[in-house]
Design a protein around this ligand. Structure first.
Ligand SMILES: Cc1cc2nc3c(=O)[nH]c(=O)nc-3n(C[C@H](O)[C@H](O)[C@H](O)COP(=O)(O)O)c2cc1C
Length: 193
């Protein structure tokens, strides 16, 4: 059946674009680097890329501190957050958090065996990664990385991010959280991503 196309927003309208991108539900991770100046950042751009060789990617805003940290360090950790870890996601997306090692005082973590990157305790999965290639992605950079180590928690449930809000996934389906939309927290806290 031929139907009239719905009116579309200009693809460059950032508000409409963010809303349209936001309809794609994702998990939520914290990307971390260790070393002398440890840093963590909430990221939902984490994506599996290849099984052989094992590759993943993350897209990082060129203005983010994490952008510089990744290039300087070359290695990083990824913690896939569990259902109860929404506060952890909010913490590492909040530009008012302390910098350096102090930002990790708010969470339980262990150093990655191969990279020393802080890995968040209680996460669904941990990945230790080494940068492989990076690509220009407009105002972001696409970092593709080799996996050095993987650890998975078989029985836990995950936190989701969709339409600017956190949701919890449980065994009965999607449990709609009644929290403050992340984009409102972003306006207050300076979250950009
Ligand atoms: C759910 C969620 C997902 C996010 N995903 C990303 C992302 O994939 N890439 C990114 O650059 N920023 C992302 N952000 C924004 C960063 O977490 C935020 O801007 C952070 O304060 C940047 O930290 P930094 O500048 O201290 O490194 C996300 C924020 C939220 C709430």
């Amino acid at each position: 059946m031929n139907v009239q196309p719905e009116p579309t927003a200009e693809p460059c309208d950032p508000v409409q674009l963010r809303r349209a991108f936001g309809t794609f539900a994702t998990g939520v991770t914290v990307v971390t680097v260790g070393g002398e100046c440890p840093h963590g950042m909430t990221a939902n751009s984490f994506t599996s890329v290849s099984l052989d060789p094992p590759l993943v990617l993350i897209c990082v805003d060129q203005q983010a501190i994490m952008h510089r940290s990744l290039i300087e360090c070359g290695q990083f950790g990824v913690s896939v957050l569990a259902a109860h870890q929404e506060p952890v996601a909010r913490h590492f997306a909040d530009r008012r958090r302390p910098l350096g090692a102090a930002q990790f005082d708010a969470v339980d973590w262990v150093p990655g065996r191969l990279t020393g990157a802080p890995l968040i305790v209680g996460a669904l999965a941990h990945f230790e990664c080494e940068l492989w290639r990076s690509y220009d992605g407009g105002d972001h950079t696409i970092f593709v990385a080799n996996l050095l180590a993987v650890r998975r928690e078989p029985e836990a449930d995950g936190v989701l991010f969709v339409r600017g809000r956190f949701r919890q996934l449980d065994r009965d389906g999607i449990d709609v959280a009644d929290g403050v939309p992340a984009w409102q927290a972003a306006v207050r806290g300076g979250v950009t991503g």
